[in-house]
Design a protein around this ligand. Structure first.
Ligand code: GDP
Length: 440
């Protein structure tokens, strides 16, 4: 996420590192580079200019007696201003209605349907809501199918009416259906076009007027940069929406949309999409995002994700197994699955301060565990629970079955062995022993 921007900002802010104090000259030099970094990230020119002007004012107006070094001070000012630019505090969504009606808007392909599913899943699992999804795209039967697939995946009911070609009527019927089912949230997925056009705007405006949603959300693909901002403006003029959803932030986004959108439409970004899976949704926190843009990672989100996935019952079971020397490959597999549920690897690594920079250029595959899983799946249940059984002929069979090589199987066995030893030591309070082992 934002690799290029982070790197350029880091370089720009580095200029001040060797200086003893902030002067008009070194600030100007730094901010010229900051502005260039923002423009390269596809931030609107005026926004970038206003941004650097504000930073300059703050930097030059600072008390000389500040305890921070000029470089640190500048990073702090840039961070505060970036946070402010992206919206200040995180904003939630209004769930006060009964049912609460959430209308999704946006261009085709922006990720509306996927996000509708993610939001339903989020509200169901994290907010104990009972959502209903409503398919209002009357032009593309495939879009209705897609919403049904999503609904099935997350266990949420989907309302659609393939015989009806009036989206307003479908939306209304959907809400009535939700009331009958006792659903307290209705998420209405609407049709999108490839570009903003009058007919689409009139249609969504009609739906909006007829159903009076508590929340109208505008979904936009973060990869589209300045275009994202222009589309947001067009939708906001017609719908006066409540919040923005930025999708595909897991991709190679330059960052322009995330940074500019709030100041153009004066609406907060409420959620971000960070992958194709239903769990790849995050509440948008401007300050955490500013940290990430400045390469400071986002430890708070990382810990939150770990906590969400942490299963106390399972942890206890595994602890017992380790104590009895019974930690096997099935347990290893379940640990991997827990990590995978936390999100894609690139995203997770980006949350560790400094890691993004340190691992730059390394191709971290989202399927980093694919081979490991294939190897474990090719073992018999007995082999998984008693790895010592794995002799040469078994390894050969496993390598063939998993489409890997004997070397890869051996490597996994070695890793597994080390991990088991380490776990055992941690259990025995042998922190010292573990340190020794890691040093060797
Ligand atoms: P819609 O036409 O607006 O309903 O868009 P879809 O929900 O069908 O999404 C279009 C494509 O983008 C699909 O292939 C989705 O899997 C993909 N997509 C949606 N959200 C994300 C995201 O956050 N990250 C990534 N990488 N892909 C996404």
């Amino acid at each position: 996420m934002f690799d290029n921007l982070s790197e350029k900002l880091d370089k720009a802010l580095h200029v001040l590192k060797g200086h003893g104090q902030i002067t008009e000259i070194n600030v100007a030099e730094t901010l010229k580079e900051v502005r260039r970094a923002l423009l390269d990230a596809d931030v609107n020119f005026k926004i970038a200019k206003d941004f650097t002007n504000r930073v300059k004012e703050k930097a030059l107006g600072q008390d000389v007696l500040t305890t921070l070094q000029p470089g640190q001070l500048m990073v702090k000012i840039v961070k505060d201003e970036l946070t402010e630019l992206m919206g200040g505090d995180a904003e939630g969504i209004d769930l006060s209605g009964n049912p609460s009606i959430i209308l999704m808007s946006g261009l085709q392909g922006s990720g509306k349907t996927t996000f509708s599913g993610k939001l339903a899943n989020f509200l169901q699992s994290k907010k104990s809501k009972k959502p209903l999804l409503v398919a209002c795209d009357v032009y593309r039967p495939a879009a209705i199918d897609q919403l049904h697939i999503v609904g099935e995946q997350i266990g949420v009911e989907v309302y659609s009416d393939r015989e009806n070609n009036d989206p307003v009527a479908i939306a209304k019927a959907g809400i009535a259906h939700a009331k009958n089912l006792g659903c307290n949230v209705v998420i209405i997925d609407t049709a999108g076009r490839l570009a903003v056009d009058e007919q689409m705007m009139a249609e969504i405006a009609n739906i909006h007027k007829a159903i009076q949603p508590q929340e109208t959300l505008f979904v936009v693909d973060a990869m589209t940069g300045q275009d994202a901002v222009n589309t947001a403006k067009a939708f906001n003029d017609v719908l006066n929406f409540d919040g923005v959803i930025l999708t595909k932030l897991d991709g190679d986004t330059r960052g322009g949309a995330a940074i500019s959108i709030k100041s153009v439409v004066n609406k907060p970004i409420k959620f971000i999409g960070t992958g194709e899976k239903m769990e790849a949704i995050d509440v948008f926190h401007p300050s955490r995002m500013a940290d990430r843009i400045l390469g400071m990672g986002d430890v708070v989100s990382l810990v939150e994700r770990a906590q969400e996935q942490f299963d106390e019952e399972q942890a206890r079971k595994i602890q017992k197994k380790i104590a009895k020397n019974k930690f096997g490959f099935d347990d290893f597999l379940s640990q991997i699955q827990q990590i995978k549920r936390m999100g894609n690897m690139k995203d997770l690594i980006g949350m560790i301060p400094g890691a993004g920079k340190a691992l730059k250029g390394l191709d971290i595959d989202d399927d980093a565990f694919k081979h490991i899983e294939a190897i474990i799946h090719s073992m018999t249940p007995t082999e998984r629970s008693t790895p010592t059984l794995l002799n040469a002929s078994r390894k050969k069979r496993i390598a063939a079955g998993s489409g890997t090589s004997i070397q890869e199987v051996n490597q996994l066995l070695k890793q597994f062995d080390q991990m088991s030893k380490m776990m055992k030591m941690m259990q025995g309070g042998g922190g010292k022993k573990m340190m020794q082992m890691m040093q060797n």
